[in-house]
Every structure is written in C-alpha cells, then in structure tokens.
Design a binder for this molecule. Structure first.
Ligand SMILES: [Zn+2]
Length: 248
C-alpha cells in the first residue's frame, strides 16, 4: 500500500483546482502503447523533471501489427516507460481494434482511476480516423464519471480527477486549435528516444515517415509559441488561471 500523500500539483497551483488527496499528478491514457509517448512524451518528461508523479495507462497492447507481438510490445512499453521515468505504467487487457466504451471496459478504466487517484487525467483527442482512438476518448470520459460512484462493487475508493485534458496522436491530419501548447524544449530528444523504443513500430517499418512527422508537428507547435518544440493539448471545459503570472 502506498502512503497517502497530499500533493499540490503545478496545474493546481495555476488554477486553484481541487486536487486534495490526489496521489499522482498525472494519469495519461492512450489506446495503444506509443500513443501517449507520441502525443505528450516531452510534456511528461518535463513534468518528471519538476518532480511530478506520472502514471501512463495503455488501454490495449496494440497488437496485431506487422512486426509486433504481445511480448514485444510489453518489452517496448517497459523500455519507453523507463526512458521517460514514469512512476508506473500499465497495459490493460482490452482488445486492440475493438476498443469501445462497454460497461466492463468502463469499469476497468474507472478502477485504474480509483487506484491511482490522479489530479489530472489525459485522454486522446476526440477527432481521429482510428476508431480505437476516439473510442478511447469516450471510454476515459465515461470512466472518469464512473470512478466517483459510491455504492458500487468497483475496486477502490471513489475518486474524480479534477481536470481532463486531451492529447493529440491522431491518424488524421486534423485542422486543430489547441487550448494550450506546452513548451517541450530540452525534453523533446528524450521523447523521441522513448518513441524509438517501439522498434517494431518505428524502426523495422523502414518506409514509415512517422518519426519525421512527429518532429515536424512538435517543431510547428513550438514555433506557434516561440519555442523550439511544443505539444498541443485540448480542453472541453474553460481553463481558469488564478495567478496570471503563469502566462507571462
Ligand atoms: Zn494508437
């Protein structure tokens, strides 16, 4: 049993949001191993450097793929987690290509939220060509609500993450307007190293332009905020700022 620790997150300091009793700062969900690293590896690396507690949950093992297997993806996910210094990571036994907000899946994800008690959670952006991605978005939104339920036989205590943001790892080339962009300068290289841990997806597939695409996207969003690299995020709710200096 981990000791119960009250933490005050950077995000909470900025917005005055309620994260009292939170055990981890961030719990980031992705449909497949590598989605979270692609979308927000630089941000998570930066958060770790600031002392944040970070947990990543891959909803499926991402298989089958041409060069992967279940055991290969487990090893690659572990290597990527070590590279970015996650405090914990897990791969849920939900099925790749069939991901949906079913009641059993919602229960599993809600139990993960109840276990880690995150201040903030991240889900995939809701516009995507890959059904697993937009289904993951719906699943995490529903599980966030379920996680707070009382009078249930779900494992763990009720918990409601005070903030839900969305990361971008899209199979479309969506015309997006992020709610905010995080400066990942100084952390981008570590992110790319973590992505390269997924050799079955990015190294063996020699024709893939995915790594180049990620570089361009992160440099584009960095340019948009006047930094070397950046990662875009989205919010369906208004974002409050208590101390305007966080925007200086
Ligand atoms: Zn994916």
């Amino acid at each position: 049993m981990r000791p119960k620790k009250k933490i005050q997150t950077f995000e909470t300091l900025a917005t005055g949001g309620a994260a009292v009793g939170a055990e981890v700062d961030v719990l980031a969900f992705g449909a497949h191993p590598d989605d979270v690293e692609i979308a927000m590896g630089g941000t998570l690396s930066s958060l770790k450097a600031q002392g944040a507690k970070v947990v990543v949950c891959h909803l499926t093992d991402g298989e089958p793929t041409p060069f992967g297997s279940h055991s290969i993806r487990l090893k690659e996910a572990a290597k990527a987690a070590r590279t970015l210094g996650f405090d914990d990571y897990l791969i849920l036994p939900l099925r790749n290509r069939e991901l949906q907000d079913t009641l059993p899946a919602r229960r599993k994800v809600a139990e993960v939220i109840r276990k880690y008690k995150p201040a903030t959670i991240f889900a995939p952006y809701w516009v995507d060509a890959h059904p697993d991605h937009w289904n993951a978005c719906q699943l995490v939104e529903a599980a966030r609500f379920w996680a707070k339920l009382v009078k249930t036989d779900m494992k763990g205590d009720p918990w409601y993450p005070s903030k839900l943001y969305y990361h971008l790892c899209s199979h479309l080339r969506p015309n997006v307007q992020p709610s905010f962009v995080v400066d990942t300068t100084g952390f981008h290289e570590k992110k790319m190293a973590a992505i390269r841990c997924y050799e079955s997806q990015f190294i063996k597939k020699r024709s893939s332009k995915a790594l180049e695409h990620i570089e361009v996207i992160n440099r584009f969003f960095g340019t948009m905020i006047g930094t070397q690299t950046g990662e875009p995020f989205f919010s369906k709710e208004n974002i409050g700022v208590k101390d305007l200096r966080v925007l200086f």
